[in-house]
Design a protein. Structure first.
Ligand code: F3S
Length: 69
């Protein structure tokens, strides 16, 4: 069975701490205001899935939302 997740940044919670883009640059980038945006929302690569969870664990604002599908 292939695990797939969807990654999203809640723009109302993100305060631009930039840990997500440092830990998982494949998944997150910063916009012109320094807030995170998803580079890709759907993800099934196991290494990227691990990175997504690490990024979520390191976001002080709990702004990263991961949904398993
Ligand atoms: Fe924002 Fe959290 Fe990343 S505050 S920039 S989603 S580490």
């Amino acid at each position: 069975m292939t695990i797939q997740i969807t990654v999203r940044v809640d723009p109302d919670k993100c305060q631009g701490h930039a840990r997500c883009s440092a830990l998982a640059p494949e998944l997150f980038r910063l916009d012109e205001f320094g807030n995170a945006q998803e580079r890709q929302s759907a993800c099934h690569d196991p290494d990227l899935i691990d990175k997504a969870y690490i990024a979520r664990a390191n976001c002080p604002e709990e702004a990263i939302i991961i949904t398993e599908r």
